[in-house]
Design a protein around this ligand. Structure first.
Ligand SMILES: Nc1ncnc2c1ncn2[C@@H]1O[C@H](COP(=O)(O)OP(=O)(O)OP(=O)(O)O)[C@@H](O)[C@H]1O
Ligand SMILES: [Mg+2]
Length: 295
């Protein structure tokens, strides 16, 4: 895989013409409205679903991430690794603009999802976050029933009745928790174990039918058995979704990801196929980090 997939692609990544629209929505709407949106091609083989170009995010005057150029591919798992404070969560949260919730945040450069610059002021943030879902380090189910947690997003989209029941079941199955909760759907989600709560949160994220799932250390609060269930789940989900996962666990990145990005001090130091990053990285900093010699 090339480290810089930019050659020949910039023309395909021109910001989309948005005349006559006051609010931008992602994907289908834009594709339907605008025939100039071509899929982004990487090495003429794979389209990138997420592309950062010279992307920086600042908290006040301090840079959380600087000058990130990165393509992320659909139906794959991309791991982001690096020492504490290097900007992993900042970059992840930039993809669905969760950083907007923090005061004094500003960005530079461009970040495309499905060909759309999500930092265009007209972006519809609710729609963006439906399509780019997020799972956090600590499971955060709503204090509602298991059913209502998963039904929350679809209800906002107007889905009701049997269709809603089917959707809840499908999402719980996709999140590999259906067998454990199918007879407890009316019970409080807070009564589940940590690992079950995390899979429920994944089911809740899937229920808005996202294209991308962002996961920020989703296993760090879980025991090894729950961790291994989530890892299996992630590998299964990549057939239908694009997954970007932040992890401090090198073995986890090596086990489940296709590509790995190594960040350090807010910069993307190296980004390549996971087996390359872990066996023959090009940069000494990467090698020191993945072999535990980082100081
Ligand atoms: N809300 C915030 N306000 C100000 N600075 C922040 C904020 N969040 C993060 N930062 C700063 O941005 C930089 C990157 O932080 P970030 O949380 O992205 O790191 P990280 O790689 O996810 O670290 P960790 O592995 O500890 O979770 C750090 O210097 C951090 O102090
Ligand atoms: Mg973090």
């Amino acid at each position: 895989m090339a480290k810089d997939g930019s050659q020949g692609m910039s023309a395909l990544l021109e910001p989309i013409a948005l005349a006559n629209r006051s609010t931008i929505t992602l994907a289908e709407d834009i594709r339907a409205d605008n025939e100039t949106l071509s899929p982004v091609r990487h090495n003429d083989v794979m389209p990138a679903i997420i592309r950062a170009e010279k992307f920086c995010l600042y908290y006040g005057v301090k840079a959380g991430v600087k000058d990130i150029n990165m393509d992320i591919f659909p139906q794959s798992v991309t791991a982001i690794i690096g020492p504490s404070g290097c900007g992993k969560s900042t970059f992840l949260r930039s993809i669905n603009r969760m950083n907007d919730l923090i005061p004094n945040v500003r960005s530079e450069g461009t970040l495309y999802v499905n060909g759309v610059n999500v930092y265009d002021g007209r972006i519809n943030l609710v729609n963006l976050r439906q399509q780019v879902g997020m799972v956090f380090q600590k499971p955060n189910p709503f204090p509602k029933s298991i059913y209502d947690n998963v039904a929350y997003g679809p209800r906002l989209q107007g889905i009701r009745g049997g269709r809603l029941d089917d959707m809840v079941e499908t999402c719980l199955k996709d999140a590999a928790i259906w067998e454990e909760v199918k007879d407890l759907l009316g019970k409080s989600a807070l009564a589940l174990s940590g690992g079950q709560q995390q899979r429920l949160c994944i089911a809740r994220a899937l229920a808005t039918r996202p294209k991308v799932l962002l996961m920020d250390e989703p296993c760090s609060a879980l025991d090894p058995i729950a961790t291994s269930k989530i890892e299996e789940l992630i590998v299964g989900l990549k057939n239908a979704y694009t997954i970007v996962i932040v992890t401090h666990n090198m073995q986890q990145a090596a086990r489940i990801s296709d590509c790995t990005a190594f960040f350090c001090m807010g910069e993307l130091i190296e980004y390549d196929a996971t087996n390359i990053i872990f066996t023959k990285p090009s940069r000494k900093q990467t090698e020191d980090y993945v072999t535990g010699r980082f100081s």
